[in-house]
Design a binder for this molecule. Structure first.
Ligand SMILES: Nc1ncnc2c1ncn2[C@@H]1O[C@H](COP(=O)(O)OP(=O)(O)OP(=O)(O)O)[C@@H](O)[C@H]1O
Ligand SMILES: [Mg+2]
Length: 466
């Protein structure tokens, strides 16, 4: 397939009247039409003036009908302007015949036949004119597309129906090299078969630049119904995004490191001290000869030491649940939910859907933190009676849903918490860092639903194209 390289004229095409008044006198067909007209008009005139010539053997209407040939030809070649101009000129040529004395000529017949010819000429001319316009529009679209295609600084490839590169603009030739023409999309995009699926994704090229791919099926023009692939250079935008994502990742990392360190220190020092204290108090209480009041005081102190140790253990576990690393997300969530349910109010349930499998540590940790913060929020703010957590494992995504039947809140009011309340912001950030998304559905008196979807495989951010 090739393009017409005619340049599109920026001025509008000449009007119908202008074209009628400016016949193409330099063209031979124009003069052939004139000669045929004069010949037909002449034959008819002679037939009318000298009826004996024809003596009824030659049908008088035939020469009039013959006008359809030159007029039709003019319409085909020059559109409506051609047919109208030729018809007008024919009527002028016919005038002497129409003015013949009444005993000569067939004025009524001629007027009727001429009217039919005029009507046919106009209808034919209109049709051809519309056809010409459509062709001109198609040419303009084609030319315009070509100009955009050639001058676009973004690389553009056009794929044929077999997914082979059929055309490439200069920017694409520079990016992919001249051998790209004829290559399949599979070979260009390292095995990815469906380019439509790649649409919207960002690809990293060997030249170190990131391009966002846009695949569209062209509706018009020379490549109608072919797929056009545009590559928008988003290197700058992506670097910004990467920097902010990296910053957020580091913040989360710092937070996790602090929690882990704090959990270890709580476990190793104050917790051990309280346990040691409890043992010591127990030993003191069992010494012979200690008065009863002292023994019961020591027993109370021991229980308090054990209670403090238990709270510290809970705190340490919330900071970094050991079950998460050792047994996985479901075990850690079971323990979290069971702990909430121990007090009886609110009731807390965990439902697992699909086959629970171990996931990447980042995914498990992120998911755990989202559920943990959602449940903490429900406990702190909602006054709910029932909390339900659902963890769904599908083939490629992890779905989390935390529902409470508490007082709910208006998320529009959240603007006032900006800067002070970090829970929901943090949950969203965690989901985003893992390539997923999180939404909060709530309203005053409606309870709250937190919904998160996280890909099971942490996105490697970018595809690489060779
Ligand atoms: N489940 C819920 N029910 C009712 N209100 C809620 C719920 N979850 C959040 N909220 C409202 O949204 C606000 C913001 O929650 P967010 O978790 O972001 O911050 P926070 O819990 O106030 O503080 P923190 O930074 O310690 O998490 C809360 O202060 C509360 O008013
Ligand atoms: Mg919170």
């Amino acid at each position: 397939m090739s393009f017409t390289t005619a340049s599109a004229s920026s001025s509008s095409p000449p009007s119908l009247t202008w074209r009628m008044l400016h016949p193409p006198v330099n063209e031979v067909p124009f003069w052939i039409v004139q000669v045929s007209l004069i010949a037909i008009v002449g034959v008819h005139f002679l037939a009318d003036v000298r009826p004996s010539l024809m003596s009824g053997s030659f049908p008088t209407g035939v020469p009039v009908a013959l006008l359809v040939i030159p007029i039709g030809y003019s319409a085909l070649r020059y559109g409506l302007a051609g047919s109208v101009a030729t018809t007008t000129w024919t009527v002028v040529l016919w005038l002497p015949d129409l003015l013949l004395p009444h005993d000569e000529g067939h004025v009524l017949d001629d007027v009727m036949n001429l009217s039919i010819v005029v009507m046919v000429a106009v209808i034919f001319g209109l049709r051809v004119e519309a056809e010409h316009r459509a062709q001109a529009r198609a040419l303009a679209v084609e030319t315009g597309y070509r100009q955009l295609f050639e001058s676009n600084r973004s690389p553009i490839l056009v794929l044929d129906h077999d997914d082979r590169a059929l055309d490439a603009n200069p920017a694409a030739l520079e990016l992919f090299g001249p051998t790209v023409i004829g290559r399949t999309s599979r070979s260009i995009f390292s095995g990815s078969t469906d380019v439509i699926e790649l649409s919207g994704k960002v690809l990293t090229f060997d030249n170190g630049h990131d391009y966002r791919l846009d695949a569209t099926t062209l509706p018009l023009g020379p490549y109608a119904q072919h797929v056009q692939l545009g590559f928008e250079d988003v290197t700058e935008e992506r670097s910004e995004e990467r920097r902010s994502r990296e910053f957020a990742r580091q913040m989360v990392q710092v937070d996790e490191d602090q929690r882990r360190r704090l959990a270890r220190e709580l476990h190793d020092e104050p917790l051990q001290l309280f346990l040691h204290l409890a043992r010591h108090l127990e030993a003191l209480g069992s010494v012979d000869g200690v008065p009863h009041e002292v023994t019961s005081g020591l027993a109370l102190a021991r229980r308090q030491a054990l209670e403090a140790a238990s709270r510290l253990r809970t705190l340490a576990r919330d900071l970094r649940p050991p079950a998460l690393d050792q047994l996985g997300l479901v075990a850690a969530l079971s323990s979290l939910v069971a702990h909430i349910g121990e007090s009886g109010e609110p009731s807390a349930q965990l439902e697992v859907r699909g086959e629970a499998i171990r996931l990447a540590p980042d995914v498990e940790l992120g998911a755990f933190r989202i559920v943990q913060e959602s449940l903490n929020n429900a406990l702190r703010h909602s006054g709910a009676r029932h909390l339900r957590t659902t963890v769904g494992f599908s083939s490629d995504h992890l779905h989390l849903e935390i529902v409470d039947d508490g007082r709910g809140f208006d998320s529009d009011d959240q603007a006032q918490h900006v800067g002070t309340s970090l829970g929901i912001v943090g949950m969203r950030e965690r989901a985003r860092l893992l390539g997923g998304s999180l939404s909060v559905h709530s309203g005053n008196g409606l309870g709250t639903v937190i919904d998160a979807t996280i890909p099971m495989v942490v996105p490697s951010a970018l595809l690489t194209v060779h």
